[in-house]
Each structure stands twice: as C-alpha cells, then as structure tokens.
Design a binder for this molecule. Structure first.
Ligand code: GLY
Ligand code: MN
Ligand code: MN
Length: 447
C-alpha cells in the first residue's frame, strides 16, 4: 500500500514518476455550469485537479510532462488571464503570473493559449494520460490536439501513440490521506457534529424539517465551511425510511424520530454524518430498542476498522449484529428465516437494512478509490490501511408490512460517523455529534 503523498508538488512529482518518460498528463478542472442567463450554479472545482494543484478557479488545466533522460519533469498550469473588468463583476482571479507561484508550477499561461501550446507540448510524447471518457468536451479537445500534432508528421514529429486513464492513477493516490488532509477532515467533521447538536437543540414537536436544515446550514457557514458536501437529508417520522429523502418540507409530529444526514464541505473536504433523535427529546420504548440495536451494530462495525483486515469486514460485522437483533425483536421470524447464519446467507436483513455500511470519504463524499483488490485472483475486498478515511453508517428502516411488528412501523434510524483508519483502529472524526441515547436526551433537555 502506498503511503500518503503530501503537498500538491509532492503529488505531482509522485504521479509524474509513474508515467512513461517524456509522456504528458492533462488534467482539467470542472467547467462552470450556467443555470440561466447571467447566473451560474455555485462553482465547485474538480476534486482530482484540486488534489494536484489546490487551485479553485474554473477554466484551468494542468499539464505534467514526465522526466526523460536529463530533462526534468515539468508542471504547467493554464488558467484565466487577469481581466480588470471581469474582476469588477466576479472578483479576484490569479492570472498566470501569480498562479505560477501560488500553485508552485514551473510555467503558467493564459487558458486562451491552450490550443496553440498543446501541439508543441504533445509533440514526440510517447503517451498521453487523461481522464478517458469522463468529459466529452475534453475527449474532443484531446482529439483536436492530437490532430494538430499529426499534421507535423512530415517534419518528423510523432503524436502520442498510447492514451492511459489518469483517473485510476489519481484515485489510488487519493485513498490514503496525509496529515494535512486528516486535519482538514477533522475540522469539517467537528463543524458538522456541532451542527447536528444544534439541530437537536432546536427540535421540538411541530418543527418543520426545513427549519432544522436551516440550523445545520447556519452552523456550517458561521464556522467557515463553504457549502454542504451533499444535499442534507432531514427526515421526520416515516420520511426517515426514504433513503435519499430530499424534500425536507414536512412537519415533525410529537413522537417522531428525526433522521438527519448532513455534512459540510470545508476547504474542499467532505464530512458526512447521520444522527437520529426523538423530536420531543425522549426515545419511546420501541425507538430505544431499535436505536440500541443500530448503535451496537455500529460499535461492531467500528471495531472491524483495523489495518490489514478486509474492507468488507465492516459491513459483515454490522450485518451480523443487525440480523441477530432483527430475530430477537421479531422483525425476522426464526421459523421463516432460521438461524442468524441462515438469515445472513439469505440476506433476509435486506428487508430492513438495504444499503452498505460506508464508503471512502475525502475530497468527494463518496470518495475515489477501489473497494476490491482488482489485481488479485477473484478480486477480494481490499485490505484496510492506515490513513484511509471512511464512513461507518449502519441503519434500520421499518416500513409497515404484514408480519412486521406494528410498534416498529415507520421507524428509520441511521448512525453515521467519519473515521480515519489508524494503526490503533478507527479514529472517529465526528465525535462532536451526540450519539448515545443518554447524550442525545441530555443535549435535548438543555435546549
Ligand atoms: N450522505 C450520503 C451517504 O451517507 O452516503
Ligand atoms: Mn455516507
Ligand atoms: Mn450520509
């Protein structure tokens, strides 16, 4: 397993060292997207581009030329030119000169020069690396640039004969977080944890889901987080059983649980936390039974976060506890599904637990990286390694149905934390969010 690669410069060097000598990598940031006349959607840079540059402006592209013989590797940034008038309307932009030192690249040029310079940059490069097939616009641009090189064939200039996928190389690097990434992720998760606590304190019967969402957004922004890392789920009562609920417009009734899945993005890094709490501040007996079960499943899953153990062991641990609990509580009938082993084998738990127990977390909420060791026979689950960041998020969702004990109907519970794999086990980043029944009920009494 590769260690974390620190700093944008270090990551560029690490990537260039894996490339064929003299070959060229191209990495564009995300395009700005128009919403309607004169208004764009909020801009978010491309995560892989950010990973190598730390640069957040649109209209930028990084070129890496791998070392060859005595010629060292080069990093070249194309970005927006300075523009006095546009900066009055839209704010500061670096321009190539300032961007060169800010990003620490060898050369920087205005993005308008991209087509003119690319034919020269690609001349005689044996291979080109870019995100194959991710963007029709970039695919078309690369085709144009290759054409521009090929027309020089009579002058003895060769175009790259091979295209490699850059995404898979960068994804592999991004899986292991360095100390600075871990520190940012801890800050992001701490802000989000505080936001969950704030929403709990603000809750009372009759509150609208959107009012609790507003509490989350307020806490995110007032602590400097730039945006939610994904659309917040604020789901009262039966809405908690809709896994990707997004309307957030219902009124919580006395006796409801509220499931909130929300996390901020801070300095490009995501957090992703779920908490479930009673809107009136006290868990009912059936809510308590299911909550304790999900909490126990999460504890078992967290205990499986150990370097060297398979990633899939986290889900397996959660499923085992949940399945045993479903049998004990009568959600699953022993005379129909048999033993815990039988029920796991038949995936009977999927009636009430139908998602995975987590995912990688980082620049993206569902972050880059493979969950299987594709180089090994049978593609087994990959092994956990120190520096991986992931979520651990078991849940239980009980829709009304024949044979389903009525006291559990419409209860949906998920408990999701963000963790870093450490040699000593799981280091929880999201501890600022109250989690045990005692912590939640105490927090809500204080409101
Ligand atoms: N909030 C997205 C997820 O939990 O995966
Ligand atoms: Mn998640
Ligand atoms: Mn989540």
């Amino acid at each position: 397993m590769m260690p974390a690669v620190s700093s944008h410069t270090g990551r560029r060097a690490h990537l260039a060292a894996q490339m064929t000598p003299g070959s060229v990598a191209l990495l564009a940031t995300a395009p700005a997207t128009a919403r309607n006349s004169d208004i764009d959607y909020p801009y978010r840079h491309d995560s892989a581009f950010y990973y190598l540059t730390g640069f957040t402006e649109p209209d930028a592209l990084l070129v890496l030329v791998a070392a060859k013989g005595q010629t060292p590797a080069r990093a070249i940034l194309f970005c927006r030119a300075k523009h006095a008038e546009r900066e009055i309307w839209e704010g500061f932009r670096f321009g190539p000169e300032a961007a060169r030192s800010h990003v620490g690249v060898d050369e920087a040029y205005a993005i308008d020069e991209l087509d003119a310079r690319m034919a020269q940059l690609l001349a005689d490069a044996p291979a080109v690396y870019y995100a194959l097939g991710h963007s029709a616009a970039l695919d078309a641009q690369v085709a144009q640039w290759l054409k521009a090189v090929r027309v020089q064939a009579r002058a003895g200039i060769a175009a790259p004969a091979i295209a490699h996928d850059l995404t898979s190389m960068l994804d592999a690097m991004r899986v292991i977080k360095d100390a600075s990434e871990q520190a940012t992720m801890l800050r992001a998760a701490t802000i989000s944890g505080q936001a969950h606590a704030r929403a709990m304190r603000a809750a009372a019967p009759g509150v609208f889901e959107y009012a609790l969402e507003a509490e989350l957004l307020y806490e995110f922004r007032r602590n400097g987080a730039q945006a939610p890392a994904y659309p917040s789920i604020v789901a009262a009562g039966a809405n908690a059983c809709v896994l990707h609920y997004s309307a957030n417009n219902a009124q919580a009734q006395d006796g409801d649980l509220v499931l909130i899945d929300a996390g901020c993005e801070l300095d490009s890094y995501a957090s992703d936390i779920t908490r479930t709490f009673p809107v009136n501040g006290v868990f009912s007996a059936p809510q308590r039974q299911l909550y304790e079960l999900v909490l126990a499943a999460q504890a078992a899953a967290l205990a499986a976060v150990v370097p060297g153990l398979p990633y899939s062991g986290i889900h397996d641990a959660a499923v085992r506890v949940l399945t045993a609990g479903m049998l004990d509580l009568g959600l699953l009938a022993r005379d129909q599904v048999g033993s815990v082993e039988d029920a796991i084998g038949a995936r009977a738990y999927q009636a009430f637990y139908m998602h995975g127990t987590g995912h990688f977390l980082g620049l993206d909420v569902h972050d880059a990286g493979l969950y299987r060791d594709v180089a090994r026979e049978g593609k087994p689950s990959r092994k956990l390694a120190s520096g991986m960041a992931l979520t651990v998020e078991p849940g239980i969702y009980v829709r009304p149905g024949a044979g389903v004990p009525e006291q559990f109907w419409n209860i949906g519970i998920r408990i999701e934390d963000d963790v870093i794999v450490h040699d000593a086990g799981a280091r929880i980043l999201s501890g600022a969010a109250p989690k045990t029944i005692d912590e939640i009920e105490t927090m809500m009494v204080q409101a």
